[in-house]
Design a protein around this ligand. Structure first.
Ligand SMILES: Cc1ncc(COP(=O)(O)O)c(C=O)c1O
Length: 394
């Protein structure tokens, strides 16, 4: 008998992790699967960061850290926010967590009461809606499309607001669309929010450095938004440190204090060695990781060029992150190799089984017409994967 809570029974399994598991299964059967489903850089963590971790081990950093992070790390984060984002935070406004994912979970748990609505421009990062639901909130999806570069307009925001709206969550650069909100676009959203002073914003900037056009702007840079914006960031993507599990927030101090309180009951704080290494990572100039961004840019062009040769794939030009999010709805209703494709999940499964390429269905990101393809893979793998996709579909 299922004795589990309704909370866990109602929770969706992460679609990206489910696809990775299915790909692993096929690999175990001896199939040569190319994995373009996961959201992590395929680079090694830079040596200067690894050396800092080794030094921390040898210096016997082994005790619990302050719940909200070492003061030296929080100071490095404050310097980073000032240097890269023109944002001024003080120590009580910073909380270090076990990845940006925990930072997001903390925010949901300290801000949401049952029935509070959170506006999510679609497509959104796969975990947002479930983190919100786990904390009794209600995700409110705002559909966007390739035509407006997958960005929510001020009019759409205005139309989605109800008396129950508590927050808006978005990522820029966006996972999965790669879209980057400009200063002007964010200002238009902020202007709407001026009429609704009780709505808070989560600005997830974890892909900040993986930006091909330059010009990252943070919502909190607007003076009239600073007091109601939580800026989320971390080291997973920019420094190829997904497994180190360090993320952080800059927030109004009452929100940061509440996150500290919940974290004190849940994890007691993030890993001590990883925190020491991240001090070194954040103190380094962005130029130290530019080689990764340059390579992602080359791969972006490669994958867009190759996809443009396949009929029925329609993509925007992502300006950041390392994903393309093509609309493949032209295939809906078609039967290929005996398999009928009715939606993006069928399409993604078809690609896995017939082209041996793992992607993720757009349904997981709130857009059932698209699939997400990660180009955090070598140029050879990308070329071979798209060749296989083309062959399987023709
Ligand atoms: C938009 C977005 N936010 C947050 C995260 C979580 O990052 P972390 O590894 O720091 O938990 C991810 C990871 O894929 C992401 O894509």
């Amino acid at each position: 008998m299922n004795q589990l809570s309704d909370r866990i029974n109602n929770l969706a399994t992460s679609a990206t992790l489910a696809m990775a598991a299915k790909a692993r299964e096929l690999r175990a059967e001896g199939k040569d699967i190319i994995g373009l489903s996961l959201g992590e850089p395929d680079f090694d963590t830079p040596d200067f960061i690894k050396d800092a971790a080794i030094e921390a081990v040898n210096q016997n950093y082994n005790s619990y850290t302050p719940v909200d992070g070492y003061v030296e790390l929080k100071e490095a984060i404050i310097t980073k926010f000032k240097r890269d984002n023109n944002l001024s935070y003080t120590l009580p406004q910073i909380v270090v967590s076990t990845g940006a994912k925990q930072a997001l979970y903390n925010i949901a748990s300290v801000m949401l009461n049952e029935g509070d609505e959170v506006i999510l421009p679609c497509p959104y990062w796969v975990s947002y809606s479930d983190i919100i639901k786990l904390n009794d909130g209600v995700p409110v999806e705002v559909k966007t499309s390739i035509e407006n570069d997958f960005k929510m307009t001020a009019a759409q925001l205005e139309a989605a607001i109800t008396p129950k709206t508590k927050m808006i969550w978005y990522s820029s650069p966006c996972n999965p669309s790669g879209s980057v909100y400009s200063k002007e676009e964010l200002r238009a959203l902020a202007d709407v929010l001026q009429k609704h002073p009780n709505i808070y914003v989560v600005s997830d900037e974890i892909y900040e450095h993986i930006n091909f056009k330059g010009g990252h702007f943070s919502m909190a840079e607007f003076e009239d938004m600073y007091d109601r914006t939580v800026t989320i960031n971390g080291v997973s993507k920019a420094f190829a440190m997904t497994g180190w599990r360090i993320g952080y927030i800059g927030a109004p101090d009452w929100i940061a204090r509440a996150c500290n309180k919940i974290q004190g009951q849940v994890t007691s704080g993030a890993n001590c060695i990883a925190q020491r290494a991240v001090i070194t990572a954040l103190e380094a100039p962005a130029s130290c990781v530019k080689y990764m961004v340059d390579e992602f840019k080359v791969r972006r062009k490669l994958i867009l060029d190759l996809l443009s040769e396949i009929e029925g794939f329609k993509s925007n030009e992502p300006e950041g992150a390392f994903y393309v999010f093509p609309n493949i709805s032209a295939y809906f209703g078609k039967t290929i190799k005996g398999k009928t494709i009715n939606n993006a999940s069928d399409f993604s499964l078809f690609l896995l089984e017939e082209a041996l390429v793992a992607t993720v269905t757009g349904e997981a990101f709130g857009n059932p017409d698209c699939i997400r393809i990660s180009y955090a893979a070598s140029q050879e793998q990308i070329t071979e994967a798209i060749k296989r996709i083309k062959a399987a579909l023709s």
